[in-house]
Design a protein around this ligand. Sequence first.
Ligand code: FAD
Length: 472
Amino acid sequence: MSDTPLILWVRRDLRLSDNPMLAQAAKSGRAVVPVFILDPETESLGAAAKWRLGLGLAAFARALEGIGSKLILRRGPALEVLQGLRAELGAGAVHWARLYDAPAKARDTQVKSALRGDGIEAQSHAGHLLYEPWTVQTGQGGYYKVYSAFWRNVKTREVSFPAAAPKTLKAPENWPASDLLDDWQMGRAMDRGAAVVLPHLGVGEGVAQTRLADFLDGPVMRYKDRRDFPAEDATSRLSENLTYGEIGPRSIWHATQRMMHEGSIGAEHFLKELAWREFAYHLLHHSPHITSRNWREEWDSFPWRGDNDDAELWRRGMSGEPFVDAAMREMYVTGTMHNRARMIVASYLTKHLMTDWRVGQRWFEDCLIDWDPASNAMGWQWAAGSGPDATPYFRVFNPETQAKKFDPKALYRHRFIAELASPPGPDARGFFNAVPRSWDLDVPSRYPDRLVELSFGRKRALEAYSVRGTAA
Ligand code: FAD
């Protein structure tokens, strides 16, 4: 069995270095066949994430070719595809790196038991996270619901060193047939938005490593003080790469640790943020309902509004609230949104507009190129107040005050809102070229009036909160 080919089922691990599954496969001496499967779960990704994944796959296929291998593309239910490929190749093993959302776990468990039932070695590996979620436990053996306690537990833990990229991967005698990536049309739902977002992307392992190096070379020094200012280039922008596994968290951890030893001020703060991603996965693993239901049950009786006309204006960056609209337009133009802005737009939708957090969560899922099931769900429930370690309900972000504090010269608002800038710059105009034609939007002659007076919206939300007596 041990000299039969080994199938690597590639998912969100599009990198050669710091890839435990790949490193082990390279050492095994077996012929290795990497395969990516466009299964129903992947088919259902949001427009931006699916398009970005397609670009990541193309880059990873080129990287594999550089070490004498290939990426085979197949479409269909994962188990069916793997069983078919196994039979074609006479493969004796299928390996993959773990994912942690409930649909992926259910699929992978079924695949594992079916393959083992067929007498095939089926093995999952770590790689997406620093710490497997079940290895971090409270003193009582439970899981953490508060980030600060989670961080205290993990910050001094040993993180194993990332494996180097293999120089070669043994090829099979005959490569199996592969679909063509172009035929999958991963970017179809992006429509004309793709051309606008494309220049803002950083695709592939090489780009991710350069991003990390550039960030640690300068911006990290300002990270602690400036990371909340969306007009500044003060964060790493690595979420795009982390989400497709174009860089591994271990590589980031160790490179940043080295900076800490050299006395970089922002480095520890940066690692603390990286640990928020770990915390999100910890929560997702232990409370999978975080993606779909209020994490705190007492919120089930809160009178959220379902989708509504106000939410539609929010989506279209036409709420008349400049910080909010700039952020929503940023997402349309760049495929990402600054963290401070994500907090503001989420608070505005769930509190000022009293709209269910799931409405916003779905919109982000469709528009973000860095969409991540764990961080998105945690972020929305944090902002709404219904999640673990969430912002208390009575803390309603005031977008105007936030703008004064974090965008004092209005650079961010002017960059993305054409109506407020004269003349409007490329990103402000880009928004109108990116949105669906069906919205029938053109640069309006004047910026829209406020959808809701901030003091009214705040009062309405707090009243609903006090009537329901919802726990914060
Ligand atoms: P940096 O500041 O450079 O941080 C480095 C890394 O740490 C990030 O790449 C990310 O992996 C992690 N990180 C930083 N802040 C957070 C955080 N608050 N929560 C979890 N991880 C964090 N992040 C996503 O990757 N995908 C999402 O779909 C997503 N949705 C969000 C939705 C809402 C409502 C909110 C409030 C936050 C969301 N975040 C999400 C978290 C955060 O906004 C982004 O990770 C961050 O803006 C990415 O920019 P960066 O890579 O420059 O981050």
